[in-house]
Design a protein around this ligand. Structure first.
Ligand code: BG6
Length: 462
């Protein structure tokens, strides 16, 4: 049964930040436009700056115009009415009292105890500090939920510390770690698609030789110098989004598909993947930086990768002989997010069948088969069956990933959020690579902006 949305106040730490302006507030605008949130919902934007709500709304309008080409003044006004700004310096002791007073006043105005959603898109250290302050000020009651954007730590050790601190004050069921890839429509479709009997029967390493997950972007680091210098492509996309996509692709589908069962299955899938061994660091990984990056971040010694590709293996009986190749890069010649399932051919001369879930830029599912080339010769040709969402009439308007994330958080449904166990399992997989790449710049390659990126055939065997 779908949960109901109860009235809530959304507290945004760093309301002027990139994610808040470009993703969070525009998605709230869409939700208000579609009347998908209760009328009593309110927003409290926190910032150190002396700022008026109108200035934030102007920024949101710009973002919406850029994205949709048009902005509905009625919906914009709705969000304008709901947002208040609280000037607060969270690094100063005692400032959280102001927040407590504002939240108590909001409850009084609403005539009831509102759910409190604390949204944070801040570095892990700041998340720790905020959580401790919320706890100390008694703002961690059962009505409170934490919405945390990645990165959840910088490596296994720091993630563990962050989880420990947060769990001192909040129960796991109050914590919503956002991974917006899990909320993308095609990603949610993967589990349903896999349940088609013809596929689930052959969904294992005996029949599948490789699962390749790609997230290529045309965008560069978009001025996020400090963030990117601390993060890099491996942490930014692979440790988070791509490992979650891999988990969805290989998990044992639970019978009940409940949130708890799915999280258990996802953790088990991630836990079955072997961390890259010391001896495989060169053979199973490729990393590269686009030319011009060092100037952009004003650090000529930067050793940070803007492209990363890694090959992984699992220890489970079901998947031990399948290669998992995950690759991502910035400033490439195309925007492409997809999961390719490569089936084993009967012999090495046969063209392998391939099933591709395309997530971006457009959504489709493609099955590559081989057929006879018409004519006198017995020539074999590769052809595709494509499930086109448009022609099949299933391209109905659906919420974008951030709208889905927010609605689920308001509802208190954690199915599409990551648990602490999943986070730790994913850090464990990439930790050896992080250690090696941080201390060693030898294997860093370079590629031109707008190109196809470095050659990764050494790890894909084709
Ligand atoms: C974010 C990364 O999590 O995902 C960004 O921090 C990246 O660097 C973005 O650009 C990509 O998201 P999407 O939905 O556009 O593929």
């Amino acid at each position: 049964m779908t949960k109901k949305i109860e009235p809530a106040i959304l507290v945004i730490f760093g309301v002027t930040g990139d994610l808040s302006r470009k993703k969070l507030l525009p998605s709230l605008y869409q939700l208000f436009k579609g009347d998908l949130l209760p009328n009593e919902t309110s927003i409290l934007g926190l910032t150190r700056q002396d700022l008026k709500a109108d200035q934030i709304i102007k920024d949101v309008e710009l973002c919406i115009n850029e994205e949709d080409g048009v902005c509905d003044p009625k919906a914009l006004n709705k969000i304008r009415e709901k947002i208040e700004i609280l000037q607060i310096d969270i690094s100063k002791l005692g400032e959280f009292k102001k927040l407590k007073t504002a939240l108590d006043a909001a409850d009084k105005k609403a005539g009831k105890e509102l759910n409190r959603l604390f949204y944070m898109s801040v570095p892990p250290k700041v998340t720790e500090n905020i959580t401790e302050e919320l706890g100390r000020h008694g703002l961690n009651g059962t009505k409170s939920r934490l919405l945390i954007e990645k990165p959840f730590g910088y490596d296994y050790k720091s993630a563990k510390k962050l989880i420990k601190t947060v769990s001192k004050y909040f129960d796991e069921n109050q914590i919503f770690r956002i991974d917006h890839y899990l909320a993308k429509e095609t990603v949610q479709n993967i589990l349903v698609f896999r349940k088609n009997n013809i596929f689930e029967k052959i969904w294992d390493g005996k029949n599948i030789s490789q699962i390749r997950i790609t997230a290529f972007e045309k965008l560069d680091i978009e001025g996020r110098k400090v963030f990117y210098e601390e993060t890099g492509a491996l942490r930014d996309l692979i440790q988070s989004h791509l490992l979650m996509l891999l988990a969805i692709s290989i998990l044992q589908i639970p019978d009940d598909l409940s949130s708890a069962s799915l999280h258990k299955a996802k953790s088990k899938a991630l836990g079955s993947i072997n961390p890259v061994h010391q001896s495989e660091l060169i053979t199973n990984t490729v990393r590269a930086q686009y030319i011009g990056y060092k100037n952009e971040v004003e650090n000529q010694d930067s050793n940070i990768e803007t492209f990363a590709a890694i090959k992984l293996r699992a220890s489970s009986k079901r998947w031990h002989n399948t290669d998992f190749v995950l690759q991502t890069g910035k400033s490439l010649d195309e925007k492409l997010t997809e999961i390719e399932i490569v089936f084993r051919p009967n012999n090495e001369n046969e063209i392998p069948n391939k099933l591709t879930f395309r997530i971006q830029p457009q959504e489709d599912i493609k099955l590559k088969l081989f057929v006879k080339q018409p004519g006198f010769e017995e020539e074999i040709k590769s052809a595709s069956l494509t499930l086109n969402y448009k022609t099949e009439n299933i391209d109905v308007e659906h919420p974008d990933a951030y709208e889905r994330v927010m609605v689920d958080a308001f509802k208190g449904d954690r199915s599409l959020f990551s648990t602490s166990e999943e986070i730790l399992a994913s850090w464990k997989i990439v930790d050896p690579i992080i250690k090696n790449w941080t201390s060693n710049s030898n294997n860093l390659e370079f590629y031109k902006k707008g190109s196809g990126g470095p050659d990764i055939s050494s790890i894909t065997n084709n």
